[in-house]
Design a protein around this ligand. Structure first.
Ligand code: IFM
Length: 467
């Protein structure tokens, strides 16, 4: 029977900039995202983020929903510019108080808080003064900030995540320029990867010295890349892409070195003596964020290229049972593959899936029987169930998988996509801020209560979803 152990943590995740709104309240300083969406042509993003889910004002409602769903744990992020408006110096009391109230609210409902300290909203002053994570000194600033938050919340918070997806922050923000701070430079990408990893390692020690008994991890994305065509050139392209997208953070943290493919080129991460000891400080768990796979085609000058058999950008592809509203392929085998790789190449560390989930075009309807609002998101229910079945099979194969957090508790601001893409277990009407628990939220609550997956899954039935 597909039963999860009683100790397995079922949670949901969010991040500060994606839900909070209230960007000018209580002494918060601007972040790189405030500046990014202030640029001409980004009016829609600006108005979406200004309120987002209004969580800063409505946090108690959201905590109540987390409690009603029976979540074992809730992962949120602390906004660095609420704590240190300029990214350095004395903490802003009002910012710390907000997260302190949130933590108390969660604990009152028996929901374990999992704060993430950096989920992409870097204080703008650090970017303007020194290029943000391009500058090695930002790792020292992050260590200070981590110590401040751990000192304030460490009497109640036992589980900590340093940084969310250092690869994505470096790549989208500094190579493609599609996310804040909007830089397009391969060198910046490597600098930002390395200095975030260094910041992570320094923060692990800061948290442990401020918060007795802290369990610390990091949330890393892993997108398996397969060759687009069955050619040697595409296989090599896939190997390069895997090194630059996945190995680039997993290897330094778990093996204490970069993949050879990352350090072979003219441009290299700015490693100094002793960095890898800091970066590979042993963790209590590795957080894994998984969504989909990608396919690589050979393009000699570019380390990784998103490709699709149709030759289209994934986001141009229509939503279907096998393709989410983000254009991402539904590919649960990826989780099985990654967890096997973690068992083999990386020595089977304790893992928590810190994000998994999917966006769909949800709509609120009136339930004929009850007359109440309802969101019938059957595709999300199936997605979650199949992903969890993949996790169960990895546990049976020997993975030390200790929990899974759905992205996301509520619909929220999906970065460059604004409020248009909905990932939540809970629907948010951005006009009224009404929350409606979707069918997926109810299904998840039932799973948490029973700990049993209620129906067979395609992954287990077919063994493979490869197309
Ligand atoms: O919304 C993001 C989140 O901020 C980081 N991981 C991926 C999610 C979906 O794109």
């Amino acid at each position: 029977m597909d039963r999860f152990s009683d100790g397995f943590l079922f949670g949901a995740s969010s991040s500060a900039f994606q839900i909070e709104g209230s960007l000018d309240r209580d002494g918060r300083g601007p972040s790189v995202w405030d500046a990014f969406i202030a640029r001409p042509g980004r009016e829609r993003l600006r108005s979406d983020a200004a309120t987002a889910c209004d969580h800063y004002a409505r946090w108690a409602d959201d905590v109540a929903i987390a409690g009603e769903l029976g979540l074992d744990a809730y992962r949120f992020s602390v906004s660095w510019p609420r704590i240190q408006p300029d990214g350095r110096g004395e903490p802003n009391r009002a910012g710390l108080d907000f997260y302190s109230r949130l933590v108390d609210g969660l604990l009152e409902r028996d929901v374990r808080p999992f704060p993430t300290l950096f989920h992409w909203d870097l204080p703008l002053a650090l970017q303007r003064d020194s290029g943000g994570f391009r500058d090695r000194d930002t790792a020292a600033r992050f260590e200070d900030y981590a110590g401040i938050v751990a000192r304030a919340l460490g009497d109640r918070v036992k589980d900590w995540i340093t940084i969310n997806e250092p690869f994505e922050y470096a790549c989208f923000g500094h190579l493609f320029g599609t996310h804040a701070p909007g830089v397009k430079s391969p060198l910046a990408y490597l600098q930002v990867v390395h200095h975030q990893l260094l910041a992570h390692g320094r923060a692990v020690s800061a948290i442990r010295s401020e918060a007795a008994g802290a369990r610390v991890g990091i949330a890393l994305s892993w997108t398996p890349v397969h060759p687009l065509r069955d050619t040697e050139a595409d296989e090599k392209a896939a190997a390069r892409a895997n090194a630059f997208m996945n190995g680039v953070s997993f290897d330094p943290i778990l093996l204490g070195r970069y993949p050879a493919l990352v350090t072979r080129g003219l441009l290299r991460p700015p490693v100094r003596d002793g960095d890898f000891e800091t970066i590979s400080t042993p963790l209590d768990f590795v957080g894994l964020n998984y969504y989909s796979r990608e396919k690589a085609r050979n393009a000699p000058l570019v380390p990784f290229i998103r490709a699709d058999v149709t030759g289209k950008e994934p986001r141009e592809l229509p939503e279907s049972d096998d393709r989410t509203a983000m254009g991402w392929e539904v590919y649960h085998r990826g989780l099985v593959e990654i967890l096997a790789e973690l068992r083999g190449r990386y020595g089977n560390p304790p893992v928590i899936v810190t994000e998994f989930g999917s966006a769909w075009s949800d709509s609120v309807e009136t339930d004929a029987a009850t007359g109440r609002a309802r969101v019938g998101d059957t595709r999300r229910v199936r997605y979650l169930r199949d992903a969890l079945a993949a996790m169960r099979s990895a546990i049976e194969a020997g993975s030390d998988l200790r929990g899974a957090f759905v992205w996301s508790l509520t619909d929220n601001f999906e970065w460059a996509e604004g409020n248009a893409k909905r990932f939540g277990l809970v629907h948010v009407d951005y006009g009224t801020q009404a929350r409606t628990v979707k069918d997926s939220g109810r299904w998840y609550a039932g799973l948490i209560a029973s700990r049993v997956l209620d129906a067979s899954s395609r992954v287990l039935e077919t063994g493979s979803e490869d197309t």
